[in-house]
Design a protein around this ligand. Structure first.
Ligand code: CDP
Length: 228
């Protein structure tokens, strides 16, 4: 029997549609850990700003809003494909945060320092309890740099856009590959170039380029790292 201790905090970072959430959830289920996707929190703030103001351009307003709203990320209450429930002030917005308007605005909102400060604080509190697989853009670099295992998944922008396009079609959404590609490129650019907590691999992260790899292959590689 393998009695080696598992790393108690595992971080998975990477750009849009790099496979972080699929792999993160599989790994968390396998280890009996909490799976926590930090992207849903940035999406929830974006949804709340669009809902309240119809736009996200006013940094001051959005910065105030993030202090006022309550975001809850809970275990899934329904079997409709969701990985968690996302609530804003008690309202279930799990599917609303995936709509194209949120997609188009979330990178701008997540570049606002006050938004990052507040969400990072909340994420650290959850992560430091341990037994967690936390997924995002800056988890290994900023949120939980002390994590013993940090993983960074990446793939070409075309491959990632293809994956996201397939996901959207499977969910019954209207989608076009060209539009998805354009949006993913735009988000990559903003996420990688923002001043605070940009998307970069931690210097000690395990890096995997996943073009042409099946999910199972990626998962096997990640499990090897967990067991190392
Ligand atoms: O699922 P996908 O990879 O497309 O995106 P996501 O993980 O839901 O994240 C949505 C957006 O939130 C990203 O494009 C980032 O702008 C932002 N984000 C961030 O800045 N930091 C994180 N730790 C997680 C997400």
């Amino acid at each position: 029997m393998n009695m080696k201790p598992q790393p108690s905090i595992i971080t998975i970072d990477g750009p849009a549609a790099s496979g972080k959430s699929t792999i993160g959830e599989m790994l968390a289920n396998h280890l009996g850990y909490l799976y926590f996707d930090t992207g849903v929190m940035y999406r929830a703030v974006t949804w709340a700003a669009l809902n309240a103001f119809g736009a996200v351009q006013d940094e001051e307003l959005v910065s105030k809003l993030v202090e006022e709203i309550k975001i809850d990320v809970n275990q899934p209450s329904q079997c409709d494909g969701r990985k968690c429930d996302v609530l804003v002030d008690g309202v279930d917005v799990t599917w609303e945060i995936r709509n194209p308007e949120v997609d188009a605005n979330v990178s701008q909102v997540s570049a606002y320092p006050a938004v990052r400060r507040e969400l990072t604080r909340q994420q650290r509190r959850i992560g430091q309890r341990g037994s967690v697989v936390m997924v995002g853009r800056d988890i290994g670099t900023v949120v939980l740099p002390e994590a013993p295992l940090k993983i960074y998944l990446d793939a070409s922008v075309e491959e990632r856009a293809r994956r996201r396009y397939r996901e959207e079609i499977a969910r019954g959404m209207e989608s076009s590959y060209e539009k998805v590609l354009e949006l993913v490129k735009k988000r990559d650019l903003i996420d990688s170039n923002r001043a605070l907590a940009p998307l970069v691999p931690a210097h000690d992260a395990k890096f995997l380029w996943t073009d042409g790899m099946e999910t199972e292959e990626v998962y096997r590689k990640v499990l090897e790292w967990v067991e190392e």
